[in-house]
Design a protein around this ligand. Structure first.
Ligand code: SAM
Length: 170
């Protein structure tokens, strides 16, 4: 079970990027996203995508992130440009334990660096939580997310030309 924890979410300002973090989490094999700040708009948006495109992905906002981190029984990975190189960390993470992947927005509090089992960098340049999460999940799942079936009402058939979409509502 993979849960993504988004911390530092600012309503309004981070609306698009946190939605993208959630959608990347869903598409690349995570089971759930939890967001520190309550944001019903993002919850509704992501749930609406899940309802149409399928899967069991869960979203919850307005959580007490300190409590979640403190009580987490599995592994905690924090994605940060200051972390250890992905190539070095990835093999050390136990795939049999539940995983909490933390991504920030603004400056991340020092306690997160301390409590994480692994502070992992996706390169040591600043970029984006969306990109960092996608690369990390791809490597963690060894690309397996590509074979996942979501069984949604809408299914896109891969095509080299044009759009091929099956709508199961009709
Ligand atoms: N300056 C912030 C800090 O000190 O944490 C980073 C802000 S960055 C825009 C937002 C988030 O993107 C970070 O908290 C981290 O999760 C992720 N991120 C950005 N660059 C990264 C990198 N090179 N490797 C891993 N994660 C990265």
């Amino acid at each position: 079970m993979i849960t993504v924890l988004r911390i530092g979410h600012r309503i309004g300002r981070d609306k698009r990027i946190t939605t993208h973090v959630a959608l990347v989490a869903r598409a690349f094999g995570a089971d759930k996203i939890i967001i520190d700040t309550k944001d019903s708009h993002i919850e509704d948006n992501v749930r609406s995508i899940c309802a149409r495109f399928g899967g069991d992905f869960e979203i919850k906002s307005g959580v007490n992130e300190k409590k979640i981190i403190k009580e987490w029984k599995g592994t905690i990975v924090h994605l940060t440009m200051y972390g250890e190189k992905l190539n070095k960390s990835i093999g050390k993470i136990d795939r049999n334990r539940d995983l909490l992947v933390i991504v920030g927005a603004e400056k991340v509090p020092p306690q997160i660096y301390e409590i994480a089992d692994f502070n992992v960098s996706i390169g040591n340049q600043p970029h984006s939580e969306v990109a960092a999460l996608a690369v990390f999940l791809d490597r963690y799942n060894v690309g397996g997310w590509q074979e996942k079936h979501f069984n949604g009402k809408i299914e896109i058939l891969p095509s080299n030309k044009g759009k091929k979409v099956v709508s199961k509502d009709k």
